[in-house]
Design a protein around this ligand. Structure first.
Ligand code: ARG
Length: 469
């Protein structure tokens, strides 16, 4: 195989090939080209170029005629890309060179002046920040949709009793509404993290040029403003080499994907014939090709799994950035694919989870039945001994243990254990005890701030709806 002078290679060289004799080898071109994925940045690239051109014009660095020609040309390039007319060619390496090369074909010298006072290094960092900023806004809306779905279900099930677990062992009764609102809290924090991340994404690298700034009298504040950035990044070396905005963004997505996977796992678990807490909706389950009775929670399982790819993207980019000297290195071209992939996966997971929550069909009868198993109101019994008999909690705990043991040996639930059996353990127990042993009484009594009582859930739902407005 002839690695030299591939027939297209000369084309790309026209951008930087002044000092080169031969063109790059085909393998060089293959490893070097990023157009296969960074074409996704075309709109951001064109917006950045328009802002840069306008600034060059205002500063008298290029003529107003050139600015007009560049803007017109860039609009056409954009239209061509959107019409699918642009031929993407690895010889032109990346989206920046594709846009600029087509611009030069369209408007000649004016197009060739666009790259004054900038470099692909600040250009790509600018494009990428603009893209990530857009995604922050989009994902915020997506998370908001999931929150609404959770709140709607929590509202419906503010009083539906289910077992609460620790160690996946029945612990105390809770309400399904309370359980769902716990996820609401997690995803609401993810939104807050995303918002905070956006403030650090939203600073402009444009005009840092290759690494050191430029001798042209550019105005970085002007381009920052035009592109909706809060400010230009303060240090040109940092501006072209910082990727912590992308790492932070991936961290936020990773944490949120962990939350999605926990919720997904509960759906998988709850839909089993052992739990019977849920019926899977037709829309988000599949059948088995061999077992006709089966309904499988594939969507939930895949949401549970995709967290692997998303955190993998975070780890991958961490490793790309680790140990890189200042300023730009080509390693950093590897920043985009993990972010694109993580966003695509996350968007899909979010949509699937929102759909599953909207379609949620809890079997409240089974949940309530299960809530009473495992002596789940034992703590209520102990609390009664403290409140009514004035026992210290540790002693009450001991007495309750003995009562539970008696119930267990008789194969009875606490609420069905005869009074004399309880009085054999603690003679001062009266039949008032039965008022706290039902699961309904248990959840209704838990009115402490943040507790599971239905009235608390209703209040949390109301506050959440207010915040979602
Ligand atoms: N395609 C490159 C990237 O994504 C653009 C910057 C290239 N800069 C350079 N000096 N080779 O990072």
């Amino acid at each position: 195989m002839d690695h030299n002078n591939d027939k297209n290679a000369k084309k790309g060289q026209s951008m930087w090939g002044g000092r080169f004799g031969a063109g790059p080898s085909a393998i060089m071109q293959e490893i070097n080209a990023s157009i296969g994925f960074d074409k996704r940045l075309y709109a951001e690239d064109i917006a950045g170029s328009k802002a840069h051109a306008s600034m060059l014009g205002t500063q008298g660095i290029i003529s107003q005629d050139d600015v007009t020609a560049i803007h017109k040309g860039l609009d056409q390039v954009k239209a061509e890309i959107e019409a699918g007319e642009m031929v993407f060619d690895p010889a032109l390496e990346d989206i920046h060179m594709h846009v600029e090369s087509r611009l030069r074909e369209l408007v000649g010298d004016a197009g060739a002046r666009l790259h004054t006072g900038r470099s692909r290094n600040d250009q790509v960092a600018t494009d990428f920040r603009l893209w990530v900023r857009e995604r922050c806004d989009e994902l915020d809306l997506g998370l908001k949709g999931l929150l609404s779905a959770l709140v709607d279900q929590a509202d419906k099930h503010a009083g539906s009793v289910m077992p609460g677990f620790t160690h996946l062992q029945t612990a105390q009764p809770v309400t399904l509404g309370h359980h769902l609102m716990a996820y609401h809290e997690m995803f609401a924090r993810d939104r807050a993290r995303l918002k905070d991340c956006r403030t650090r994404v939203n600073e402009s690298p444009l005009g840092a040029a290759a690494l050191a700034g430029t001798s042209f009298p550019i105005d970085r504040h002007m381009t920052a403003d035009a592109l909706g950035f809060d400010r230009p990044l303060a240090n040109s070396l940092d501006a072209v080499s910082a990727r912590d905005f992308a790492l932070e963004f991936l961290s936020v997505l990773s944490i949120s994907a962990v939350h999605l996977s926990r919720l997904a796992d509960e759906i998988v678990l709850w839909a089993t014939s052992a739990f019977k807490f849920l019926e899977l909706s037709d829309g988000f389950s599949t059948g088995s090709s061999i077992m006709p009775q089966k309904r499988n929670p594939d969507a939930a399982e895949l949401v549970r799994a995709k967290v692997g790819r998303i955190t993998g993207s975070l780890n991958g980019l961490m490793m790309v950035m680790k140990g890189l000297p200042l300023a730009y290195s080509k390693d950093m071209q590897e920043d985009k694919e993990p972010v694109f992939q993580a966003v695509d996966d996350f968007v899909l997971c979010l949509a699937a989870m929102t759909g599953m929550i909207e379609d949620l069909k809890p079997r409240t009868d089974e949940m309530a039945k299960a809530a009473g198993l495992g002596f789940s109101t034992a703590t209520d019994l102990a609390d009664w001994l403290v409140r009514v008999l004035g026992l210290p909690f540790r002693d009450a705990h001991h007495v309750t243990g003995a009562v539970v043991k008696e119930a267990e040996s008789r194969g009875l639930d606490l609420k069905d254990l005869p009074l004399d059996a309880m009085q054999a353990v603690e003679p001062r127990i009266t039949d008032d005890i039965y008022s706290v042993l039902s699961v309904e009484a248990s959840v209704t009594s838990r009115t402490s701030f943040g507790g599971t009582a239905p009235e608390n859930v209703k209040a949390a739902v109301k506050a959440a709806r207010e915040a979602l407005k």
